[in-house]
Write a protein that binds this ligand. Structure first.
Ligand code: GDP
Length: 297
């Protein structure tokens, strides 16, 4: 599970803090230095870590923590609050239009990040909320991806729209929206093609869809196991096409957790959901406060 090492390290720091009745400024500094090391080892972005420690330190001084009755506890509380803040404080929902209108969601990401799986997972969630989603196969480069979407859509009891591999993704998207209007689907989820690396063709294709189709939410899927690469990918997609939120997959296999802690701070875009396994039910809403509690153990 994610954060195992980080949790263990932080718990050691905190145990030390709690064991001391009074704290000197040096005690706090030393503890925060250890927190810093632990976060860096967890592959959290360097700038994010620097700011984090600086903020906790300033708040500790500002709130006169050293003269409080339980200084150790106060420092731990500050670390907790700043972790929550780092991850965006609030839970962010996918923003959809009212049910009597069609919302269009663009799913994007690199190949292998878990985009097609996550698209089907999201459809299941929306269906449970009473929506009638339509999944759209816009990956025209990998027939296997179309088939995978069809299989997963069937498992979720959600219709899949496909035009094979001989049409442009933007035209498939337009046709899908027309289809949705006739068939009373109120959410259209476009599963676009990924590449192994960020490349211009992929970005141009996404830009073309965004310029010709009214997209309500652009959601990027990134693999937590790739750590800071996931954060860099998120920054690039946000700069090139603009994203509204991120879904972080494979958090079940990521033992460090750096991406979860860095994405919001680096890109300004919130994590919406986290993928916790390969099953179509393994998608959880992202709660910054619960994640912070999980990290602190
Ligand atoms: P795509 O190329 O981005 O569409 O990726 P896929 O949806 O095909 O997923 C790639 C692999 O990652 C598949 O084997 C999925 O089962 C797996 N996968 C996706 N999400 C998760 C997750 O949250 N946890 C785990 N452990 N595996 C995942």
């Amino acid at each position: 599970m994610a954060f195992d090492n980080l949790t263990e390290k932080l718990q050691n720091v905190f145990k030390n803090l709690r064991s001391k009745g009074r704290l000197t400024e040096d005690d706090v500094k030393a503890a925060l230095k250890e927190v810093k090391m632990a976060l860096l080892e967890a592959d959290v972005n360097f700038k994010v870590v620097k700011n984090f420690v600086k903020t906790v330190q300033e708040r500790a001084v500002g709130q006169d923590v050293l003269n409080s009755l339980t200084p150790g506890q106060m420092v731990i509380k500050l670390v907790n609050e700043e972790l929550v803040h780092l991850m965006g404080s609030e839970t962010t929902e996918i923003a959809l239009k009212p049910s009597n209108e069609i919302s269009v969601i663009l799913m994007c990401g690199l190949q292998g990040a878990g985009k097609t799986t996550t698209t089907a997972k999201i459809a299941g969630k929306l269906k449970k909320k009473g929506r009638n989603p339509l999944l759209v196969a816009c990956d025209i480069y990998r027939p296997a991806a179309i088939e995978q979407l069809q299989i997963n859509g069937e498992k979720q009891g959600v219709e899949v729209f496909s035009m094979g591999i001989n049409h442009k993704p933007v035209d498939i998207a337009k046709a899908a929206i027309e289809h949705a209007a006739k068939n009373k689907n109120n959410v259209v989820i476009l599963d676009t093609a990924g590449r192994l690396h960020v490349d211009e063709d992929m970005m141009e294709e996404l830009q073309e869809i965004k310029s010709n189709v009214e997209i309500d939410q652009s959601i990027l899927v990134v693999d937590a196991m790739t750590g800071q690469d996931a954060v860099n990918v998120a920054s690039t997609f946000n700069e090139k096409i603009g994203i509204d939120g991120v879904i972080l997959t494979k958090l079940d296999g990521d033992t460090r957790g750096g991406a979860a802690l860095s994405i919001k701070a680096v890109t300004g875009r919130p994590i919406l959901y986290i993928g916790m396994g390969e099953k179509l039910s393994d998608l959880e809403q992202f709660y910054p406060d619960r994640m912070a509690s999980r990290i602190l153990g």
